[in-house]
Design a protein around this ligand. Structure first.
Ligand SMILES: Nc1ncnc2c1ncn2[C@@H]1O[C@H](COP(=O)(O)OP(=O)(O)OP(=O)(O)O)[C@@H](O)[C@H]1O
Ligand SMILES: [Mg+2]
Length: 369
């Protein structure tokens, strides 16, 4: 499943899990909090919540984990259960169509069990309302019958811990959000953290890799462990088929060039957008639909699939007058950004930082090894 319907199915740098990811992820998931790399703040806060609950011998507060796909929400929820030595029940918002589905799950929980509700923002309204009461009072009302004769039979639940995960925390109704005692916001990973993820996964997959090779993969992984693991697998294939299986910087770079993932983690689509924006429209501003036609994609694909990462990387800006390429985008394509004057600078909101480097410096800076 991809987060956007408009995303090409075979995209190597998608943060969403494909079939292969799902098959191998179980083996690559850290099992305990100490093995979980990065997310220092969430990890420390969570560790306190769990320790305190263990000391008191009670189920901890309900936990909400929010953040973009592939950053470790599912992994953390399983760690929570493991750290509590508690069983875990796994379900998801879309799987709960009716309140009755949820009632069936809740009423079969055992004391202290962890209920992991993935994509909690996609639960139906009636189920959501049932969940409010279950979270707060450990009770559900099971409705028997229909119409005026319907009666609500209250059902006591054992204390349990709900762990909700969402990529869209903003879509959660406030009453639901407020019922979580702890919310962990997952952030994109720093390159050094992703290097550790790559080393760890390489060890589990029996891939020999040197530090420069791991750094090369980490730098192209868009801050996302799932992408780092996927790129590692493609690099492993290349190293095995074309070389002796050992991964160093040159082999990682060559392999990812074959798969069209560049030094900053941009793929063919991302680069096509920047290329059109700069070479056809002089860096913009240009409207989304025009830009989409120029790259031969749907406007939705450009907006939802390519742009978020380009904006995050500071390569593209959305302005009221249209999309513009930032000086960093020109430099990334090995071009000299035009010297901006007053109005353009005001539109972009970010003037060029310092003098524009000479063309030769730029090529030196962006050229691949
Ligand atoms: N901190 C981490 N340390 C090591 N590996 C990690 C870490 N976070 C995530 N991973 C790896 O990344 C993969 C994806 O993580 P996970 O499935 O937990 O992401 P998610 O946030 O649940 O994504 P989604 O929103 O798509 O459900 C896992 O296979 C796991 O091995
Ligand atoms: Mg998940």
């Amino acid at each position: 499943m991809t987060p956007y319907d408009s995303e090409p199915a075979d995209r190597l740098v998608t943060a969403a899990a494909d079939g292969e990811d799902q098959a191998v992820e179980a083996a690559l998931r850290p099992k305990l909090l100490d093995e979980f790399i990065g997310q220092e703040r969430v990890r420390e806060q969570l560790s306190l919540v769990l320790q305190a609950a263990r000391q008191r011998g009670t189920a901890p507060d309900h936990v909400l984990l929010s953040g973009p796909p592939g950053l470790g929400k599912t992994t953390l929820s399983m760690i929570i259960a493991a750290e509590l030595n508690a069983p875990i029940r796994i379900t998801s918002g879309p799987a709960i169509q009716h309140a009755g589905d949820l009632a069936a799950i809740l009423s079969s929980l055992t004391e202290g069990e962890v209920l992991f509700l993935d994509e909690i923002h996609r639960m139906s309204r009636p189920a959501e309302e049932m969940l409010y009461m279950a979270m707060e009072d450990y009770r559900v009302d099971v409705i028997v019958g229909k119409g005026p004769g319907a009666t609500a039979i209250p059902l006591e639940l054992p204390p349990f811990t709900l762990v909700g995960a969402t990529t869209r925390a903003g879509l959660l109704p406030p009453p639901l959000r407020d019922r979580f005692g702890f919310t962990g916001h997952m952030e994109f990973y720093a390159p050094a953290e992703l290097e550790r993820v790559v080393h760890r996964s390489a060890a589990l997959l029996d891939v020999e890799i040197d530090p420069a090779g791991a750094a090369e993969i980490a730098g192209r992984s868009r801050g996302t462990p799932r992408i780092a693991n996927r790129l590692l697998r493609r690099v492993r294939d290349y190293a095995q088929v074309k070389h002796d299986g050992v991964v160093d910087r040159a082999i990682a770079a060559q392999a990812l060039q074959v798969y069209e993932v560049d030094a900053r983690g941009l793929d063919r689509l991302d680069r096509a957008v920047l290329d059109a924006l700069i070479r056809l429209f002089g860096g913009g501003p240009v409207g989304l639909s025009t830009l989409a036609v120029a790259v031969g994609e749907e406007a939705e694909t450009v907006e939802e699939v390519a742009e978020p990462f380009l904006v995050r990387e500071g390569l593209l800006a959305r302005t009221p007058r249209g999309r513009i390429a930032t000086p960093a985008a020109w430099q990334h394509l090995g071009l000299t950004p035009p010297v901006q004057t007053g109005p353009a600078r005001a539109v972009s909101g970010r003037g060029p930082r310092g003098p524009v480097p000479a063309q030769s410096d730029l090529f030196g800076a962006v050229e691949e090894p």
